[in-house]
Design a protein around this ligand. Structure first.
Ligand SMILES: [Zn+2]
Length: 228
């Protein structure tokens, strides 16, 4: 389902489109337990050819593979919505009104349209997960219960070495949900030298890293999400 909207940016009004994906009938009415999200836009640089293979591409690819894996497990798949967010990158620089366009819109729509009892129990954002030297760090303001669940899932998956805490909060697509009161966690590896340079190309994206994050995230969603 396309979730389109137009928003003012520092340069001009822009039409954004979030893509929402659910398993089954295409009925987006019933509530889901969890949103798993990735931004699929890439930052626009006038001066370089920016590919964004890791920053935007890696997590979007992981979501596509998650769709395939989830389809093998209809019971689990029905509890999840996959969201490809547009406009994560700032048109100029991150401010309260530049960047995170898609997630801000989606989070506001939840508050506007869904009763608290039918809102998602958690939002799981994936971002920049392709680095061969994978060190996913969750922001310091991650709700404690989500963090504990993630680390329990990593332990069960045997991937604990790749997951830890960040020293600070971070501006990313999880933040608008947190502000609207929906618990959210951001699985991001910010320690990536080619970030926002022309060197963020396919050579930077490691299949094993995508697999580690994808498998751990699905295990987290299936078995280690705290009860509502
Ligand atoms: Zn970026």
């Amino acid at each position: 389902m396309r979730q389109g909207f137009t928003e003012a940016t520092p340069l001009r009004p822009v039409e954004f489109v979030n893509l929402r994906a659910r398993f089954g009938t295409g009925d987006f009415g019933p509530p889901v337990r969890v949103l798993i999200g990735s931004h699929y836009d890439t930052k626009i640089f006038p001066s370089i050819r920016f590919v964004g293979a890791n920053d935007g591409g890696s997590s979007s690819g992981a979501l596509l593979e998650m769709a395939r894996v989830l389809a093998l497990r209809p019971g689990l798949a029905k509890s999840v919505e996959l969201v490809f967010f547009d406009g994560e990158e700032a048109v100029q620089d991150y401010t309260a009104t530049d960047g995170l366009y898609g997630s801000r819109y989606y989070a506001r729509e939840i508050t506007r349209r869904q009763r608290p009892s039918s809102r998602p129990q958690a939002v799981v954002i994936l971002d920049m997960i392709g680095d061969p030297d994978l060190k996913v760090q969750i922001p310091s303001d991650t709700p404690r219960q989500l963090a504990e669940g993630l680390f329990a899932a990593a332990k069960e998956a045997g991937t604990s070495a790749h997951f830890g805490w960040m020293a600070t909060p971070i501006t990313d697509d999880h933040a608008p949900f947190q502000r609207e009161g929906v618990p959210a966690i951001d699985l991001i590896d910010l320690d990536f030298a080619p970030w926002h340079t022309s060197r963020d190309t396919m050579e930077q994206v490691n299949a094993d890293s995508l697999e580690i994050v994808g498998r751990t995230a699905l295990l987290f969603v299936e078995r280690h999400l705290p009860a509502p």
